[in-house]
Design a protein around this ligand. Structure first.
Ligand SMILES: Cc1ncc(COP(=O)(O)O)c(C=O)c1O
Length: 456
């Protein structure tokens, strides 16, 4: 077994204990519940994960962006322990707890919206998005919602309706909710392939298409909300071009449409700012937050301008576990770590290191069609031909992820065509660990390139 400085492989991967546990999982859980690697994990700390066979791997998946502060940060663990001894649950619909209030205050303070704000705490990103739409509808008295191609907003029926990667997330689940309209997303890498269009011209084309939606599909006066991920996550880590976002803000302001930015994946320092929208010089009306806000605990929030948030009738918001004190205590500590340790600057720094290495790889391996992202929210898009940009097949991309796992790095795919690899390493990863993980990715890309006949 190959042993490196951090990756320690004592068995083949998956080892016998992983195989046994995964077999039990498959017998006990529905087969539709996917997994990108066959590894079973016993414990983890920082950016290192120990599997049930005692192998040590580097984590580049970061719980799909839920672990910006790393696995099991000591202060978060202590906060969870202390809170669990005092109070596990009372329910915010029954009584008030200090961690719940303190977290709402803190989220209102860090949300990138000026003026008076309010925060409604929930359990999952999908719930935060559903709630954002409910608030926008209650506040505007309108029904329509515009979402984008390639969007991912969750797996509940409404958020699945907003989501737009059909075969993987929607097949067999319709009919979906009414009054959702789809606009093209500025996925510049796949617009005008083979033409000489500049990025500016491509953005214009996509913007014109957005304006057409407001003529051909729905009247702006009927639209309650536009929802957008500032850096599309599942869709392939595609940052929205600034001018597009600024125009979206202008249109929303002009027609009284609520602009919701979904920062479930892009938030909490990942892109080099606390929230990705801070790169754009505009403010949303509502922001959805989840994943890394809880350091791995299931917690989410919808934060917005107070006058909107207060438009919902008494009793219209809630949930049994909303504001669970243990999850709130963990989130308060996680935010403290992000601020105190300046993880925004760290994301910028690590993102630069990874981007430079990935760009160097792209220069050597035509399999890498695009390197993109913002800060430490980075992805590579794989293609069988850099000229036609034909997507590398989704099953081969999954096989690549699994080969990378067999060599000691946990990763997950992304992209409309499931042909991307996303990099969501914890922001506490050391530079040496980051480089070692990238070495493993590089070796796998080199081997995969040899297997694509057109690229030799
Ligand atoms: C942008 C975005 N919105 C919403 C969600 C849904 O969050 P959850 O899985 O916590 O429901 C995700 C999950 O990946 C996401 O990336």
């Amino acid at each position: 077994m190959r042993t490196r400085q951090f990756i320690q492989l004592k068995t083949e991967l998956p080892g016998p204990n992983s195989r046994a546990l995964v077999a039990r999982r498959e017998a006990a859980m529905p087969l539709g519940y996917g997994k990108s690697t066959p590894i079973a994990v016993r414990r983890a700390h920082g950016a290192l994960v120990e599997d049930v066979d005692g192998n040590i791997l580097i984590d580049f998946a970061g719980g799909i962006g839920a672990l910006n502060v790393g696995h099991t940060p000591a202060e978060v663990v202590a906060a969870i322990r202390a809170q669990a001894e005092e109070l596990i649950h009372v329910c915010g619909l029954v009584a008030t707890t200090e961690p719940h209030v303190a977290l709402a205050e803190k989220l209102n303070q860090i949300a990138p919206i000026r003026g008076s704000k309010k925060a409604m705490i929930t359990n999952t990103g999908a719930e935060a998005v559903e709630q954002a739409v409910q608030i926008a509808r209650a506040a505007t008295g309108r029904a329509a919602v515009i979402a984008f191609e390639g969007a991912y907003h969750g797996r509940t029926l409404f958020t699945q309706t907003l989501t737009s990667k059909y075969a993987l997330f929607k097949k067999g689940f319709g009919p979906f909710a009414p009054e959702v309209y789809r606009a093209p997303f500025p996925y510049l890498y796949r617009i005008g392939i083979g033409t000489s269009l500049t990025d500016e011209e491509k953005v214009e084309l996509v913007w014109e298409a957005f304006e057409r939606v407001l003529v051909a599909h729905v009247m702006p006066e009927h639209v309650a909300a536009v929802i957008i991920e500032p850096v599309q996550g599942e869709g392939g880590f595609i940052p929205v071009p600034p001018v597009f976002m600024q125009r979206l803000r202008e249109v929303c302001t002009r027609y009284g449409i609520v602009l919701i930015v979904d920062e479930v994946q892009s938030g909490m320092a990942r892109t080099g700012k606390m929230f990705a929208i801070e790169h754009y010089g505009i403010e949303p009306d509502i922001i959805t937050i989840a994943k890394s806000v809880g350091a791995g605990m299931p917690i989410a929030a919808t934060v917005g301008r107070a006058e909107l948030m207060d438009k919902v009738h008494l009793g219209g918001l809630g949930g049994t576990y909303s504001g669970n004190p243990i999850a709130c205590a963990a989130a308060l500590r996680a935010i403290e770590i992000i601020e105190r340790d300046n993880l925004c600057a760290r994301a910028e720094h690590l993102g630069n290191i990874a981007r430079q290495r990935l760009l160097a790889l792209q220069a050597r391996y035509p399999l890498i069609g695009d390197v993109r992202g913002l800060g430490a929210m980075l992805a590579i898009e794989l293609v069988t031909d850099p000229h036609t940009r034909a997507p590398f097949p989704a099953d081969q991309t999954l096989a690549l992820v699994q080969e990378i796992a067999r060599n000691g790095v946990l990763m997950i795919r992304c992209g409309l065509y499931s042909n991307g690899l996303r990099f969501l390493f914890p922001l506490v990863i050391t530079e040496a660990q980051l480089h070692e993980g990238l070495d493993v990715v590089e070796e796998a890309i080199a081997r995969a390139t040899q297997a694509v006949p057109s690229q030799q």
